[in-house]
Design a protein around this ligand. Structure first.
Ligand code: HEC
Length: 218
């Protein structure tokens, strides 16, 4: 018995370590985004297109895949996200020309395809909500101090209520979480089907067992 407990606690160890591994200077807020909320994903995609694609790409993502997963037609995704400038078979690429970022912002702009996988949903959500003006009146970010990324959502933050701003950040985070792992949508869906199947199987097998043992004295 002791041995089993030892093995079990060893198996659980990575879980407990994961929670502590983040180690950012400020506490991350919980994004509370939901990949099954299709309206949120669609809003996030439109916000991403309008506020982030001036600089960022999702180079592993194609428009037609986004359309299929988010419940848009091919035409709709081109209108909503690409403003008619790309075709559905193209990848979701920034509208910025090569090299401009280095000139204007003094750094390269990271691709965001896998950013949610790399840093976590809560990180992105908190990052988008952590811009503030320092004593000199310049924008800085509490999560990524001295960041080269401007406060691109300043307009929304200023005009929206805190709840609306939180929702906008949550929608963008949700869309980036989806982009990081598109197949997760299918897995979430499949998981329930598998569990339902196993439950039905359990009942059937139980009935079968009863049937087999019915005439046997035991
Ligand atoms: C004007 C160009 C520009 C726009 C527009 C922009 N970003 Fe960025 N972004 C950058 C740059 C530059 C960096 C690298 C920042 C750094 O290393 O300091 C960055 C980095 C990031 C990071 C990574 C932060 C990290 O910890 O490394 C995330 C996440 C991000 N951006 C999300 C977004 C989202 C979401 C939007 C739209 C709401 C957006 N960005 C719009 C330029 C931009």
């Amino acid at each position: 018995m002791k041995k089993v407990l030892w093995i079990m606690s060893l198996l659980l160890l990575p879980l407990t370590m994961n929670i502590q591994a983040a180690g950012y200077s400020i506490e991350l807020e919980s994004a509370n985004n939901d990949l099954r909320d299709q309206a949120s994903l669609q809003r996030g995609a439109v916000l991403f297109s309008n506020y982030c694609m001036a600089c960022h790409s999702l180079k592993y993502m194609r428009y037609n895949r986004v359309a299929r997963d988010l419940g848009w037609s091919d035409d709709a995704v081109v209108t909503e996200m690409a403003h008619g400038l790309s075709t559905v078979t193209e990848n979701v690429m920034t509208r910025m020309e090569d090299g401009v970022a280095l000139e204007v912002l003094g750094t390269k702009v990271p691709d965001l395809s896998l950013m949610a996988r790399l840093k976590g949903d809560d990180y992105i959500y908190t990052f988008l909500r952590s811009y503030h003006q320092n004593e000199q009146g310049e924008w800085d970010n509490k999560v990524l101090k001295g960041t080269a990324m401007p406060h691109v959502l300043e307009g929304i933050e200023r005009h929206a209520t805190p709840d609306e701003y939180a929702q906008a950040a949550r929608d963008i985070t949700n869309f980036l979480a989806y982009a990081g792992e598109p197949s997760k949508l299918e897995r979430l869906d499949l998981g329930w089907k598998v569990i339902a199947f196993l439950l039905v199987l359990l009942v059937l097998l139980y009935l079968l067992k009863k049937e087999y043992w019915r005439d046997i004295k035991h």
